[in-house]
Design a protein around this ligand. Sequence first.
Ligand code: ADP
Ligand code: F6P
Length: 323
Amino acid sequence: MIKKIGVLTSGGDAPGMNAAISAVIRRSISKGIKPYIIFDGYKGLIENRIEEATLDFASKIIGHGGTAIGSARLPEFKDENVRKKAITTLKSHEIEALVVIGGDGSYQGAEKLTQMGINCIGIPGTIDNDIVSSDYTIGFDTALNTVVRSIDAIRDTMTSHNRCAVVEIMGNGCGDLTLYGATATGCEVISTRENKLTEDEIAEQVSLLAKQKRRSVIVAVAENIYNDVHGLAKKIENKSGYVTRATVLGHVQRGGTPSAMDRYLAINFGIFAVDRLSEGIGGVYIGICDNKFVAKDIESTLNSKPKDKYNEYKIIREINKAF
Ligand code: ADP
Ligand code: F6P
């Protein structure tokens, strides 16, 4: 049986990461394993910023947004010599296994550390929901609720003034926050990297809605697929006649109190990870699939294709614009 486990958060933070950290600490202690926190992701590993975690810390952070142990991006971690430093640090603390909470980039680091002799398990913590083979990632539900509250608020003012709004939503290449947010709020136009409309197509669709005398129109777009959403708003305004404004939701989507569902997922992922590590299993990531907690091989996960949601887009687009 292992005696010490480390936990770190890496990449973009996500609401619910603290609940996962808390569960890793509490599950370790309940199994007689000493838990260690590593500050600021892989950066803290190579800088030897590590400390034993307490139950008091674990119980205080459970409902807080962000990550209480800090996160960072460290591109140098791709270099084997930098990772060797991390292994030396872990060995100097006699930490035999590591829980890495982050996205697919962080998993690649975890996979390489496992190959170098420290068993690692990844927990999917990202608002983007872009970890293939887990139906949901920690943080997605909270961010989605923020998106929905924001679009509802924008809808109020657009309806009052008979306007159109373009709303830009995060996701780092994955359209789920946009698709689910637009579904929950009835956005008339949806465009993501996976199912992209050209600027002209969007302007054309909005002008058809203007002809139907819609009181307001919301265009939900995923980040980084158009050069300038304010320019897109102008184009829509010129074609449709609606006064059109653009809102970039930005980092408000990454913060805030984690939802009950994110905490529930995070805590179960944390327990599941410690249980697998204590059985000597590493090189896997934890996910939820068809309502079951699963541990899957990191390498095959990184190489899997995302689910095709073409039909889901088609139907939501049809009912939301209903020409
Ligand atoms: P996320 O985990 O949210 O996808 P990033 O892609 O920024 O975020 O990755 C987080 C960190 O994981 C990087 O800053 C780097 O330290 C580490 N990482 C990413 N890719 C690799 C890789 N190929 N090999 C080793 N470490 C990596
Ligand atoms: O991965 C989470 C995320 O918020 C993405 O949705 C977004 O593209 C990116 O991180 C933003 O990163 P940064 O905070 O470094 O600007």
